[in-house]
Design a binder for this molecule. Structure first.
Ligand code: CA
Length: 276
């Protein structure tokens, strides 16, 4: 169109500079007016279509925008929190599994140590033992049907109880004056030599029981003992340098957590026959 205009202008100029040609000699063409958009015909239809499309597009944009605006803001955060929780849970489970494995390993080590402890003292009947007679392992002392061990090490009352059990016995249960005197004679004297044996009132204060659960009747307590002086729930025998002290008044109560030597007891076994 622009080029036509230039052409037309160029044509006019050309004519105006040619004296042989009169402008009026040229026919005047009717001016073509651009059709009005609102006018009838295909333009109107196109306009309506465009308008409709615009409206549809506008509605779509509004709908999509509204949808995103109305979406709960916590949604993204919620997803993030969930992922975070999942990660935490996984870490927790991993830790639990690891701890369980460590626990199992420690349990195995403990079992191994206890097994070694138990085999430390094994029955070694002497060749002098008469077949069928009662015998005790090395370092254990025979009295009636029992063997007694005066420990070389110190443990709390509860650990000494475990030690005796692991060696096939229990902390000594002393029922008679003869048994008490036998043990007393085995104990070394010292400033305050104390040895755990098998009594406790840990379940009910002042109700003393043997380690096999039976009630202690009487006993060989020192005067004014037991007194639970400083929460004392376990019993020991004391043998000092004082010669006036006697076997049948040598029991005291003491805090179970103290580390002391102890007396184990277990059944004596019959010596094997040499005929075999
Ligand atoms: Ca007590």
């Amino acid at each position: 169109m622009y080029s036509n205009l230039i052409d037309n202008e160029g044509s006019q100029d050309e004519f105006s500079h040619r004296p042989d040609v009169q402008i009026s000699d040229h026919p005047v063409y009717p001016v073509r007016v651009a059709p009005r958009l609102s006018g009838p015909g295909p333009y109107r239809f196109a306009t309506i279509c465009l308008a409709t499309l615009s409206v549809v597009l506008l509605i779509s944009i509004i709908a999509v925008t509204a949808r995103y605006k109305n979406r709960p803001q916590g949604n993204g955060e919620g997803t993030f929190e969930k992922v975070k929780q999942d990660v935490n849970l996984t870490a927790l489970i991993t830790t639990i599994i690891k701890l369980q494995e460590e626990k199992k390993q420690l349990q195995n080590e403990k079992d191994e140590l206890l097994a070694k402890l138990a085999t430390k003292v094994e029955i070694k009947p002497t060749s002098k033992a008469t077949p069928g007679s009662e015998v005790c392992p090395t370092n254990w002392h025979l009295f009636n049907d029992s063997c007694y061990l005066i420990s070389m090490e110190t443990l709390s009352w509860h650990h000494s109880k475990t030690y005796c059990q692991m060696n096939g016995g229990h902390l000594a249960i002393i029922l008679t004056a003869e048994e008490q005197t036998f043990l007393w004679d085995l104990l070394p004297r010292g400033h305050w030599n104390a040895f755990w044996f098998g009594i406790t009132d840990g379940e009910t204060e002042d109700v003393w029981k043997w380690v096999d659960g039976t009630l202690v009747v009487g006993g060989f307590w020192e005067e004014n003992e037991p007194n639970n002086h400083i929460n004392e729930d376990c019993g020991y025998i004391v043998k000092t340098e004082v010669l006036a002290r006697v076997a049948i008044r040598s029991w005291y109560d003491a805090p179970c957590s103290m580390y002391l030597p102890f007396i184990c007891e277990k059944k004596a076994v019959l010596a094997a026959s040499t005929d075999a």
